[in-house]
Design a protein around this ligand. Structure first.
Ligand code: ADP
Length: 260
């Protein structure tokens, strides 16, 4: 009798917890939709505004003001493209329709491409950007577009959430029971993360207060997508930080067992 009552209490408690989590997700989703709506509208308004100034001739032809206007149009267009990409990633994960194309590639070469792409961004912010490749050429089978996006999310975040100091990307290899693994580590000297926040960063919509302050426009999708993609390649992800203002390290590990 007492045992049964205890069991019932435990079950009720579990249900309440699950329900609270669902309500929280529901709230986050509404917040996300409203935020995405605003974020779609803002750059579109900018693009439309400057395009019409150019069209009406208020801003003339090839002048510096015209170039400025075009730059703003470009920037807002890029923001839109990123946002739409995030929305698509989210909907693909949610509907269980991520399609992978597993082909043989050089993982090091792909990471090098991402590094080359982000170097100017880091330099513009005055951050040192260092890439150390201890892995060397590493060909195995993976979906290069998806993994590139995961790596881009790590590197993009490191640059975005760091104002002074450096971003260090390290590639290395590890020996697992089932063969060699590749490990990518992105370490920065940026805003850092509270210990109690770390476990949820890879969940959807998860953003720390510090991150919201640094970049109000983030969507909290990038790491969720990265985790899913790495897991689907049989790998692992993780993060650690010494605390607020003391930088962060994000890592991912991939088995290189698939070779042909
Ligand atoms: P977004 O950057 O759009 O918010 P992400 O999914 O890429 O979304 O990241 C989720 C959250 O993880 C961020 O909002 C931030 O709180 C935290 N985060 C990610 N990378 C870093 C980093 N390099 N330094 C500090 N916090 C980070």
């Amino acid at each position: 009798e007492v045992k049964q009552r205890e069991r019932l209490e435990v079950l009720t408690w579990d249900l309440e917890q699950a329900n609270a989590r669902l309500e929280e997700l529901d709230r986050l989703k509404s917040e996300f939709v409203s935020m995405a709506g605003h974020q779609l509208r803002a750059p579109m308004t900018i693009i439309k505004g400057y395009a019409s100034l150019l069209l009406e001739g208020t801003i003339k032809g090839t002048t510096d003001t015209a170039k400025e206007a075009l730059k703003k149009i470009m920037f807002s267009t890029e923001q839109l493209i990123k946002l739409v990409a995030s929305l698509l990633d989210l909907s693909r994960i949610e509907s269980g329709k991520i399609k992978y194309e597993f082909v043989m590639h050089d993982f090091s070469a792909m990471v090098q491409e991402v590094i080359d792409k982000f170097k100017p961004n880091a330099q513009k912010k005055g951050i040192a950007f260092v890439f150390e490749n201890k892995l060397g050429p590493a060909s195995f089978i993976f979906d290069t577009d998806k993994l590139r996006e995961a790596v881009v999310n790590y590197v993009d975040n490191a640059v975005k959430y760091t104002d002074t100091g450096d971003v260090r990307v390290t590639l290395s290899s590890m020996q697992g029971p089932d063969g060699a693994w590749a490990r990518l580590e992105v370490r920065d000297s940026g805003i850092g993360i509270k210990n109690e926040d770390i476990w949820k960063l890879f969940d959807k919509f998860s953003r720390t207060e510090e991150a919201k302050r640094q970049d109000p426009n983030g969507m909290g999708i990038g790491l969720y997508f990265a985790k899913r993609v790495i897991r689907d390649h049989g790998g692992n992800v993780g993060a650690f930080s010494e605390g607020i203002g003391r930088g962060s390290t994000f890592w991912l590990e991939l088995p290189m067992s698939l070779k042909s």
